[in-house]
Ligand binder design. Structure first.
Ligand code: AP5
Ligand code: MG
Length: 239
């Protein structure tokens, strides 16, 4: 046992030295984009860029963008492309993105995808994106969304059915009282699914056509899903 520990440590160090490049996590509300992004952060040490989390930050801090986004998010509609693209551009300008990053929930329209493609095409030496589409069926998604709870301090994602905290309603890491997102109701979920089908499903087709694309069954244990994503990203990067 003890002889294998240094190997594990050096394996992790080796992973944190490579440049996985940009990884897109695509999929309907509740497929596990945020959950899987956090697994990839641990694996590769690159940042998770969740447009939903960034918009919630703006909403909570009462910025102008947050005021515009609030009603749209609470109704399950998308925030205008230009505003989201500018917010992503600001985040991508930070130096922690140099080895790569995980885009969670972006791009979500063809307009956003074209903006990202053009931006990457104009960057010298940029690594092409790998797109991962996670699939889970509607009824399972509804159960996940209504059962989700989040830590307001560290962002850990729980589920009262599938991934409950040790003490009900309390974050295992921070001890903070868990919260439920304002859009995690059955009615808003239905509208988010409509937005997804109309505006985001074409983005999945767009990256499928471009290659460096993998579809993953998200209705399995979290670790099985992340193992498959990691293997697929390594395979697509090598090809
Ligand atoms: P956003 O925050 O991105 O919401 P979403 O896309 O609806 O996705 P979710 O965060 O609900 O789900 P997830 O896939 O991250 O799942 P999670 O890992 O949490 O966007 C919110 C809103 O912001 C949008 O509606 C829009 O208004 C706006 N917005 C955001 N991006 C935008 C953009 N680019 N353009 C315009 N507007 C934008 O998991 C869900 C639950 O399932 C959890 O409880 C988790 O514990 C559980 N779970 C996860 N994996 C598993 C598993 N393998 N087995 C069992 N349970 C699991
Ligand atoms: Mg999310």
């Amino acid at each position: 046992m003890s002889s294998s520990l240094p190997e594990i440590a050096s394996g992790r160090e080796a992973e944190q030295a490579i440049a996985p490049g940009p990884i897109l996590l695509l999929g309907a509300p509740g497929v596990g984009k945020g959950t899987q992004a956090k697994e990839l952060v641990k694996m590769w040490g690159i940042p998770q860029i969740s447009t939903g989390d960034l918009l919630r930050f703006h909403k909570d801090h009462g910025t102008e963008l947050g005021r515009i986004a609030k009603g749209l998010m609470e109704r399950g509609e998308l925030v205008p492309d230009d505003l989201v693209n500018d917010m992503v551009a600001d985040r991508l300008a930070r130096p922690d993105t140099l080895r790569g990053y995980i885009l969670d929930g972006f791009p979500r329209t063809l307009n956003q995808a074209n903006w990202l493609d053009e931006r990457l095409a104009n960057e010298t030496g940029s690594i092409p994106v790998v797109a991962v589409s996670i699939q889970v069926d509607y009824n399972q998604l509804l159960r996940r969304i209504t059962g989700r709870r989040n830590c307001p301090v560290c962002g850990t994602i729980y589920n009262i059915y599938a991934k409950p905290p040790g003490v009900e309603g309390t974050c295992d890491v921070e001890g903070a009282a868990l919260v439920q997102r304002a859009d995690d109701t059955e009615a808003v979920f239905a509208q988010r699914m409509k937005s997804y089908a109309a505006l985001t499903a074409p983005v999945v087709d767009h990256y499928h056509t471009q290659g460096r694309f993998v579809e993953v069954d998200g209705d399995r244990p979290i670790e099985a899903v992340s193992d498959e994503i990691v293997a697929a990203v390594k395979r697509l990067r090598a090809s």
